[in-house]
Design a protein around this ligand. Structure first.
Ligand code: BTN
Length: 288
């Protein structure tokens, strides 16, 4: 009882810190690893052993795991090789936005992939479906995908997916699938409770980060191996919560609005405009 009370006080304190000062919250959370119980301190050796024979590169902190993975592509590591870190100082999100997560509270990873060039844009499906499968493996329900790759539980975002490709002139050198997954962050007690969620929020208790990591990588392997199949598109389309709704999409070239009528096999969104025409949007973010 006494320790439960202390745990609650600790979480409330962290929640407050996350709201007031994310950097200090990260430090406090790292130092709280003993009380949280399942924080899993990652090390290079631990991950190399746990994820063998997969190649893994871990650092406690980095700029962006996507940048590190893109640099690694020059050495042509095998598909499925992964870069991970507990904290990013220059984490990147979609549309040039920053991506921040308190140190050690989630999973920040970038997986090396060599999809066929004609299915490169399906990496977005790989990321979304792998996270969705991982969540469902914990028995979490009400999971859906907001086009193109925001995995949501009851309209609350649980991860960010950022695929990027490296080119040598016209030649596709390779790609990286960046994923930031909220694992043990108590959003439920913060001002973000309506828009963000973590696995621990959904389950009511913290989870083992290494176990989550293994589950997620296994599902990424599965969908990467099936990236050329109709199954990946059909499964992704069936889990989209966006189709059949009126949407406003912020795209790299401006805002588009319309009825989300359908998606294309390579992931484009088909919008029925008010003048009756159909427009395809390749990349963007739907407003809430
Ligand atoms: C989004 O805006 O929703 C996508 C966010 C993607 C964040 C992840 S965290 C790991 C990887 N490294 C980065 O710099 N970004 C991605």
């Amino acid at each position: 009882m006494r320790s439960a009370k202390r745990q609650f006080v600790r979480i409330t304190y962290l929640a407050l810190l996350i709201r007031l000062n994310p950097k200090r919250a990260a430090d406090a959370k790292t130092s709280a690893s003993g009380t949280m119980g399942v924080m899993n301190d990652f090390t290079q050796d631990l991950l190399a052993q746990a994820l063998a024979p997969r190649q893994v590169r871990y650092t406690p902190a980095t700029g962006s795991t996507n940048d590190d993975a893109i640099a690694w592509l020059a050495e042509h590591p095998p598909q499925g090789s992964v870069v991970t870190s507990d904290e990013q100082h220059g984490g990147r999100g979609r549309l040039g936005r920053p991506w921040y997560a308190p140190a050690g509270s989630g999973l920040l990873l970038s997986v090396i992939a060599y999809p066929p060039r004609e299915h490169l844009t399906r990496l977005t499906m790989v990321g979304a479906l792998a996270v969705l499968d991982t969540l469902e493996s914990y028995g979490i329900q009400q999971v859906g995908i907001k086009w193109p790759n925001d995995v949501r539980i009851d309209a609350r975002k649980i991860c960010g997916v950022l695929p990027e490709a490296a080119w040598d002139c016209e030649r596709l050198v390779g790609a990286v699938l960046g994923i930031g997954l909220n694992v043990n962050i108590p959003f439920i007690l913060t001002q973000y409770a309506e828009t963000a969620i973590s696995i621990s929020d959904a389950l009511g208790e913290p989870v083992d980060r290494l176990d989550t990591f293994k589950r997620l990588l296994a599902r990424i392997d599965h969908w990467l191996a099936n990236v050329h199949t109709p199954e990946i598109f059909e499964t992704w389309k069936a889990r989209l919560v966006t189709l059949g709704t009126q949407v406003t999409v912020q795209t790299p070239t401006g805002v588009r609005s319309g009825w989300a009528e359908d998606v294309t096999p390579e992931g484009g969104l088909l919008l029925r405009k008010s003048d009756g025409t159909l427009e395809q949007v390749i990349a963007g973010e739907i407003g809430v």
